[in-house]
Design a protein around this ligand. Structure first.
Ligand code: NAD
Length: 254
């Protein structure tokens, strides 16, 4: 029960294949009280069905493109939890066109949308939640290798992840005086609704599983375990980092 007594939010979950859902389940299993987010009221119904079986879980709704919804979530979290010990940001969005057309054709609007929802949202979330995060708390975001390497088809989402990782470093500097850590987990490819928006996902998953130094598959369970470490007191002293959970694929040249 590594996380007994800890309370926090995992934002957001679409279905039982979402990385956020695996994270929420593992944090709960380790003793935490977990608020699980959905993007809107319609999606919240599915999250309500998921959390129903877990005694220390409840649902929330927040659209990361709306400041008033993020502010309302912070007020709601204060009312329910008093303080939170962790925030897990597990959300991203890019238009279908920007993921299917060549990157050079990305429109100004699609560029702004991807960076707004997938990167700025972490800043907005930390800004509104700062008074609610306990001293010594932990913020974790989900990134991807496409932030530093050109992964064909990942396109503007790679730019958004580069921005997200930079945001993590600046937020780590801003919040560190209160002992609040801000880190990124960078999973290898995993079959989820969002990931299926990127062409050739299944081939990409097979390729990474074959080429990575560690043999065998990896997935939600490994990502959730690393997130639990970052949420726990075991990672005291770790901030501003990108931790890959990809069987080591990112370090291999050939
Ligand atoms: N699946 C992968 O291969 C992979 C790899 C590396 C990183 N990631 C990252 O993991 C995170 C979770 O993605 P996932 O793969 O579990 O997919 P998912 O589709 O299950 O989850 C993505 C979530 O983002 C939310 N979202 C989208 N637009 C939003 C908005 N405007 N406001 C609030 N929430 C919004 C969706 O509602 C959904 O719950 C994302 O940041 C993703 O980029 C995924």
């Amino acid at each position: 029960m590594l996380l007994e007594g800890k309370k926090g939010l995992v934002l957001n979950v679409t279905n039982d294949k979402s990385i956020g859902w695996s994270v929420a389940r593992v944090l709960h299993e380790m003793g935490a009280m977990v608020g699980v987010g959905a993007q809107n009221a319609r999606m919240r119904e599915r999250v309500d069905a998921l959390v129903a079986d877990f005694p220390r879980m409840r649902s929330h709704a927040v659209d990361f493109a709306q400041d008033d919804e993020i502010a309302a979530l912070a007020a709601e979290a204060k009312g329910i939890y008093g303080e939170v010990d962790f925030l897990v940001h597990s959300a991203a969005f890019a238009s279908k066109e920007s993921l299917s057309n060549p990157f050079v054709q990305t429109s100004r609007e699609d560029f702004g949308l991807a960076l707004d929802v997938s990167a700025f949202s972490l800043v907005a979330l930390c800004r509104h939640m700062e008074p609610v995060i306990a001293d010594g708390g932990s913020v974790v975001a989900m990134s991807y290798l496409g932030s530093t390497r050109a992964v064909v088809g990942y396109n503007v989402m790679g730019v958004a992840k580069a921005a997200l990782e930079a945001c993590v470093r600046y937020l780590a500097c801003d919040l560190g005086h209160r002992g609040i850590r801000v880190n990124t987990v960078s999973p290898g490819p995993i079959n989820t609704v969002s990931a299926r928006g990127v062409g050739g996902l299944i081939e990409m998953i097979d390729y990474v599983h074959q080429k990575a130094p560690l043999k065998g598959t990896f997935g939600q369970a490994e990502v959730a375990a690393t997130t639990a470490y970052l949420v726990s007191n075991l990672s005291k002293g770790v901030s501003g980092q990108v931790i890959f959970v990809d069987n080591g694929y990112n370090i291999a040249a050939m």
